[in-house]
Design a protein around this ligand. Structure first.
Ligand code: URA
Length: 231
């Protein structure tokens, strides 16, 4: 879709609109090989260059990150170190903003997706679409008997909520270790599901989101995903 040049550069995080006008005046921007002179020129982002370089992901960003412990999924700097601080500065200035697809707690690590495509956020976080998220948890007590059946039944009500949790799959890995597959993402859901049965979660890591795994990503690292990853 064609957009004004100054708006395009500002929305992709290059500079302010005022600076974009100065860049254009200085001859730093070209469109399909011709030096641009009008900030209002409607242009196809695919053929715009700045200082001879194609634009940075003009059609949107989709990233997989291995979220490290101790970082929050918030744009509010008052909440502490954020996952967004791990991204390049230019991406942090984009509009629409790059956001996480669902959140992980400060004390949860693992696979976190980020994008500036709001339709993807809605699709992948809506319980209607039943996208599977897999969490690995260690617990402070032995798993009670019958827990897998209880979680699978779709009848468990969390404290203060009327709607029971959707059926979830528990895979026992050891007396105090399990994998839980959810298709929804309520506030602190994994911790609250185990807590409802007398187990405190000591460590929590998300190991899968849909068909995506961590695939060797180290904590704090991210990689770009092909735009068509989720269709
Ligand atoms: N459930 C939790 O309790 N915490 C998370 O970060 C994700 C799911």
């Amino acid at each position: 879709m064609s957009r004004r040049l100054d708006q395009l550069l500002a929305n992709l995080g290059y500079c302010s609109r005022r600076e974009a006008r100065a860049w254009i005046e200085a001859g730093r921007v070209d469109v399909a090989g011709r030096v641009a002179d009008d900030p209002g020129q409607k242009s196809d982002p695919a053929v715009v260059r700045v200082d001879g370089e194609p634009l940075d992901h003009p059609a949107g960003l989709l990233l997989a990150m291995n979220k490290p412990l101790g970082r929050v999924c918030s744009h509010d700097g008052r909440e502490g170190p954020s996952v967004y601080d791990l991204l390049p500065e230019r991406w942090r200035r984009r509009n629409p903003q790059v956001t996480t697809i669902g959140r992980l707690d400060k004390d949860t690590s693992g696979l976190l997706l980020l994008t500036d495509r709001s339709e993807l956020v809605h699709r992948l976080t809506s319980p209607k679409h039943k996208v599977e998220k897999v969490y690995r948890a260690t617990l402070d007590a032995d798993l009670p008997a019958g827990l897998a059946e209880l979680f699978a039944a779709g009848t468990l009500k969390l404290k203060g909520e009327d709607d029971p949790c959707a059926p979830a799959v528990l895979r026992v890995l050891g007396p105090r270790e399990a994998e839980l597959t959810l298709t929804e993402g309520r506030y602190h859901q994994v911790r609250r599901m185990f807590a409802s049965q007398g187990c405190e979660v000591l460590t929590l890591q998300r190991v899968r989101f849909g068909s995506l795994g961590l695939d060797g990503l180290a904590p704090g690292q991210w990689r770009e995903l092909p735009p068509e990853t989720f269709g």
